[in-house]
Design a protein around this ligand. Structure first.
Ligand SMILES: [Fe+2]
Ligand SMILES: [Fe+2]
Length: 384
C-alpha cells in the first residue's frame, strides 16, 4: 500500500484484443505522468454473453505481448485482475473507489481515448469518478474536443483510432488487421481465438471455390449489416457458415435429422423435388453442433438463406441477399444490384427475391412454399 502522493494511472477496457490505440495511449500516459503505479484493468467478460469469448488469461497474455517486455517491466506497471475477480460487470466508479482505497493519497488518473470522453457524462456515478480521479485523455482522430465534456487532462500527441470490434471482424474475414501486432496475431492464431479456429476448420472442409464464396458472402453481409445497424459479427459468422453443408451428398443430407421451418410440413416435397435445399437447415445444424454457434439469429439466417421466408428478420435478409450478391458471381445486372443494396436495402431485397423467382420460372424449378410466400408478400407490398 502506498500513502505517497505520486500519481497512479488506471487504464480500464476490454482489451479484446489489445491494439495499437491502447498501447500508444498507455505508453504516452506513462511517459508524460511518470506514475508510481500503472494498472491495466481488463474488464469482466461474461462467458455466456459473447459469441467468442476470450478469457481473462488470454486477454492478459495478449496485453503483455502487445505492450512488450520493456513496458511491462517499467516500475509500477501491472495488469490487475480486480474486475475479473468480481465475476460480474463492474462500473468504473467502483473500480476507481477500489484503487482509491489502495492509494488513499495519490493523484489518480483514469486513462481513456477521446472517443470515450464523449459519453462520459452518461456513465454511472460519473461525479463520483471525478471526485476520486482525474480523466487523462488522449485525442483520437475523428473524436476532437468540442466543449461541454467533463473536465480532463489532455495527453500530448494524437493517438491511433483502432477498434477491437473491427479487428475481430477482420480476423473472421481473414482481412488484413492493421493496428494489431504480428506477435498478438500469432497468439490469436495459436489459441484459435475470435473464431479463427473455426474459420480454419471451414477452409479444410470445403473446396477452395466454396470457401471463397463463403468468405465473399460474409464480407458482403458485414457491409450490409453495418448499414442496417445489425451486429457485424453475427453477419460475418452467418455469412461464413451459410454453406457449410453445401457440399454434403444429397443422401447424407436426407439422412440427417434436420428440423426447422424449411422442412416442417414441407419435408416430403422438399426431399422429393429439391433435396439440395436441405443444405440450408443442415448448415444451421452443423453450425450449432460442430462450430459451436449458439446464437439463434445466426442459426436462423443460415437456415433460411436458400428459400427465404415472409417477414424475415434483417439478418436473414442480409444473408439471403449476400448469397446472391457475392463478389465472385458475374451475371448481368449484379453490379447495379450491389450498388442498390447499399443505397436502398429494401428495394435491393425485393429485386433479389424477384430475380430468384424469375430464375425458378425460367428453369422450371420446383419452388419451395416459403419462397413462394416471400415473393407473394413482396409483390403485395409493392402493389399497396
Ligand atoms: Fe446455399
Ligand atoms: Fe451460398
Amino acid at each position: 500500500m502506498s500513502n505517497e502522493k505520486e500519481p497512479v494511472i488506471i487504464y480500464g477496457g476490454s482489451f479484446n484484443p489489445p491494439h495499437s490505440g491502447h498501447i500508444s495511449l498507455a505508453k504516452a500516459a506513462y511517459r508524460q505522468i511518470k506514475p508510481k503505479a500503472f494498472y491495466f484493468v481488463p474488464n469482466f467478460h461474461s462467458p455466456f454473453k459473447e459469441m467468442q469469448p476470450a478469457s481473462f488469461n488470454d486477454r492478459r497474455n495478449m496485453l503483455q505481448i502487445a505492450a512488450g517486455e520493456n513496458f511491462m517491466n517499467l516500475p509500477g506497471v501491472q495488469i490487475s485482475s480486480w474486475e475479473e475477480d468480481q465475476k460480474k460487470i463492474v462500473y468504473t466508479w467502483k473500480t476507481i473507489a477500489h484503487f482509491r482505497r489502495i492509494h488513499p493519497n495519490a493523484k489518480i488518473y483514469f486513462l481513456m481515448g477521446s472517443d470515450c470522453l464523449k459519453s462520459f457524462n452518461d456513465w454511472q456515478r460519473s461525479r463520483s469518478i471525478l471526485r476520486n480521479a482525474s480523466l487523462l485523455v488522449g485525442i483520437r482522430p475523428g473524436f476532437n474536443i468540442v466543449g461541454g465534456e467533463a473536465p480532463f487532462v489532455p495527453l500530448k500527441g494524437l493517438f491511433p483510432a483502432a477498434a477491437s470490434s473491427g479487428i475481430r471482424i477482420n480476423i473472421i474475414l481473414k482481412h488484413k488487421t492493421p493496428g494489431i501486432s504480428q506477435a498478438v496475431m500469432d497468439y490469436i492464431k495459436n489459441r484459435g481465438l475470435y473464431f479463427s479456429q473455426e474459420v480454419n476448420m471451414l477452409r479444410k472442409e470445403l473446396s477452395a471455390r466454396r470457401y471463397r464464396h463463403c468468405v465473399n458472402v460474409a464480407r458482403c453481409a458485414v457491409e450490409l449489416a453495418h448499414i442496417c445497424a445489425v451486429p457485424e459479427y453475427k453477419a460475418a459468422i452467418a455469412g461464413l457458415l451459410h454453406d457449410c453443408a453445401r457440399e454434403l451428398d444429397v443422401e447424407v443430407l436426407k439422412a440427417m435429422r434436420i428440423q426447422g421451418p424449411v422442412l416442417g410440413r414441407y419435408r416430403r416435397d422438399t426431399v422429393r423435388f429439391a433435396p439440395k435445399l436441405l443444405h440450408a437447415p443442415a448448415g444451421a445444424m452443423i453450425a450449432r453442433e460442430r462450430y459451436g454457434v449458439k446464437d439463434k439469429d445466426i442459426l436462423q439466417a443460415i437456415q433460411l438463406h436458400a428459400t427465404g421466408m415472409p417477414d424475415m428478420p434483417l439478418l436473414c435478409k442480409i444473408i439471403y441477399m449476400s448469397d446472391y450478391l457475392s463478389e465472385e458471381r458475374k451475371f448481368a445486372g449484379l453490379d447495379g444490384l450491389r450498388k442498390l443494396a447499399v443505397t436502398d436495402f429494401d428495394a435491393a431485397f425485393a429485386a433479389v427475391a424477384a430475380a430468384k423467382a424469375r430464375y425458378r420460372e425460367e428453369k422450371k424449378c420446383w419452388a419451395h412454399p416459403l419462397s413462394i410466400q416471400l415473393w407473394k408478400q413482396i409483390k403485395e407490398a409493392a402493389e399497396k
